[in-house]
Design a protein around this ligand. Structure first.
Ligand SMILES: Cc1cc2nc3c(=O)[nH]c(=O)nc-3n(C[C@H](O)[C@H](O)[C@H](O)COP(=O)(O)OP(=O)(O)OC[C@H]3O[C@@H](n4cnc5c(N)ncnc54)[C@H](O)[C@@H]3O)c2cc1C
Length: 545
């Protein structure tokens, strides 16, 4: 297999929103930059088809007190996120600057010349999100990155980080179409690899890619970061979302309607008739509502937009398209589903992998030379764009004085990957990535799912390890595309195993970590639950936010 060595100052792993913003900023700062993307940066990641809400603090609108804005976010969109306030302060210190840049570059952030705030809000309270037309945001960001000289390399699945001493000095990956391994020697590496889907069974378990994220972000960044010795946090805290039944589509705040039960009674206390300024924030306050209704024998639950005006219907359609939900709009049209006439059944979506790579307000991880931004370090479009920008800034400055690493010293990692690839590609019989992924999802859902206790977690971990042995020795990839999927599955097994370890160690119930053997929430554990690798084993720790 061909091996190519490529040098750059800053390597951005992942060409999503965070990766592209990092590339733009680092290039502006004079660094030579490469973006290595496992898909195609034009169409990849959660922001691929657009978003429509961007959270930003605008002093002229919200007043000078940023803390009040943050307080409101912690009651609404950021409510379930376990991060420190310093991180939010850093985000909102620069988010507005990013909003203005995007507007200048051609992503329409104003409506009719002004900032339009809507959605993700309680009626009568501070509004935190502007509406923006994000449908072509990726194309604009790719153009801006290229304009500044960043090189975008598509179809490269980055697989391991390279470390010299205590510093990260590059990464190695494999092409998902051609027989080539790429070794990047970089002074700084930024991980912008997105969330972790496909860890648990999805909404329609037979169709793994029917997933709100699209199913292709598989926790690669956090798995690589863990393996190289960086810290992760709160890996055991899963996430859930809410949306149309059987068709996993994010975009809760884009619906102009009220969430109601089958008798037409609103599920929440916040709105009783559709209002496009607010949507229905009960979906943010309690994403479990449809599931709880079903369990109590009271379901189904519907997003009820019936009776909204033609103007509101056109408004909602316009924003669904910018929200990346064209396929949903098309499907409803094809099937004769008219939201003005037909309530849309909603459900609570299954668990998704949780956790973050530990990164501070400068996007620095616990290892020098390694930065993390976006959904890997804190979620949503505003955070991805802003921390992408911040990470690009800081990585470029770091790269100005950092020494280049010694590739030969990292040879064992490169060779280990090459052997793994040879084994995966060399086998003619064995389970494929899909079988292994399904087996993992089954174990995660059954043993680290909605209800956990020590005995179940230990049993699940034993199952996972038994499967892991088979995956390590029997998995086969029939082509380069499947090779990429196999490497994703390896990462998912790592994240799954860490989830079990961290869940065993969190001896309390909190949010979606439900442990009847420790039923109370322990206020002393309102901290970051750290996991890092020591030798070959994970060790855990607690640290205040
Ligand atoms: C339909 C939808 C609507 C949404 N609407 C909103 C909204 O209105 N407002 C809001 O705030 N948020 C919204 N979100 C969330 C928002 O899109 C994400 O928070 C944001 O895009 C995260 O950006 P990111 O760069 O961190 O990750 P992503 O955009 O997911 O990008 C990650 C990139 O890394 C690549 N990658 C992963 N692993 C590797 C690897 N091993 N090697 C190379 N490349 C790799 C992926 O292919 C991908 O391109 C929405 C999400 C969806 C799915």
């Amino acid at each position: 297999m061909e091996e190519r060595l490529i040098e750059c100052d800053v390597l951005c792993v992942g060409g999503g929103i965070a990766g592209l913003m990092a590339a733009i900023r680092a290039s502006e700062r004079g660094a030579s930059v490469i973006v290595a993307e496992k898909g195609n940066a034009h169409y990849s990641g959660c922001g691929r088809r657009g978003n429509d809400h961007f959270e930003t603090w605008i002093p002229e609108v919200h007043g000078a007190d940023k803390e009040k804005f943050i307080d409101e976010l912690l009651k609404t969109a950021k409510g379930e996120i376990l991060i420190g306030r310093d991180i939010l302060r850093a985000q909102f210190g620069r988010a507005y600057e990013v909003v203005q840049l995007w507007d200048e570059w051609g992503i329409p952030m104003r409506q009719n010349g002004t900032w339009e705030f809507a959605g993700h809000a309680f009626p009568g309270r501070m509004m935190t999100h502007i509406k923006y037309e994000g449908r072509f945001q990726k194309t604009v960001l790719v153009q801006q990155a290229r304009k500044r000289g960043a090189k975008i390399m598509n179809r490269i699945m980055m697989t391991e980080l390279l470390r010299s001493g205590d510093r990260v000095t590059g990464a190695v990956g494999v092409h998902t179409r051609e027989d080539t391994v790429f070794v990047f020697q970089a002074k700084a590496v930024i991980l912008g690899t997105g969330k972790c889907s496909r860890l648990y069974q999805g909404l329609t378990p037979g169709m793994m890619f029917n997933d709100g994220h699209g199913g292709v972000q598989t926790g690669d960044g956090r798995a690589m970061a863990y393996r190289v010795g960086a810290e992760l946090m709160n890996v055991e805290m899963p996430q859930r979302h809410i949306g149309p039944k059987y068709m996993a589509k994010f975009g809760q705040a884009t619906w102009v309607g009220v969430l109601r039960d089958a008798q037409g009674k609103p599920v929440g206390p916040f709105v009783s008739k559709p209002d496009r300024r607010y949507g229905d924030i009960v979906m943010e306050v309690n994403k479990l509502a449809p599931e709880q209704y079903a369990e109590r024998g009271q379901g189904p639950v519907y997003m009820d937009c019936t009776g909204i005006s033609d103007e509101d219907a056109a408004y909602m359609r316009h924003w669904h398209i910018h929200e990346g939900n064209i396929s949903l709009v098309n499907h409803m049209e094809d099937e004769g589903i008219d939201p003005q006439k037909h309530p849309i059944e909603f459900s609570t979506y299954p668990l998704r992998g949780g956790g973050l790579i530990v990164a501070n307000e400068k996007a620095e991880t616990s290892l020098p030379g390694l930065y993390a931004a976006g959904d890997e370090a804190m979620g949503d479009i505003s955070a991805a764009a802003t921390f992408g920008w911040i990470s690009g800034d800081n990585a470029a400055v770091y790269a100005q004085t950092a020494e280049r690493g010694d590739v030969e010293a990292t040879r064992p990692i490169i060779d280990a990957l090459r052997s793994k690839i040879d084994e995966l590609r060399g086998r003619e019989n064995g389970p494929d990535w899909e079988e292994a992924n399904i087996a993992l999802q089954q174990v995660m859902t059954d043993y680290a799912g909605k209800v956990r206790n020590e005995a179940r977690l230990l049993q699940g971990l034993a199952h996972l390890r038994r499967l892991r042995e088979k995956v390590d020795t029997e998995l086969m990839a029939r082509n380069q595309h499947e090779l990429g999927r196999c490497l994703e599955v390896h990462n998912l097994f790592d994240v799954g195993e860490l989830t079990f370890h961290a869940a065993l160690d969190r001896k309390e119930s909190r949010g979606l970590h439900n442990r009847p053997d420790y039923p109370f929430t322990n206020p002393l554990l309102s901290q970051a639950h750290i996991v890092r690798r020591e030798g070959d084993a994970p060790v855990t720790d607690w640290r205040s936010y």
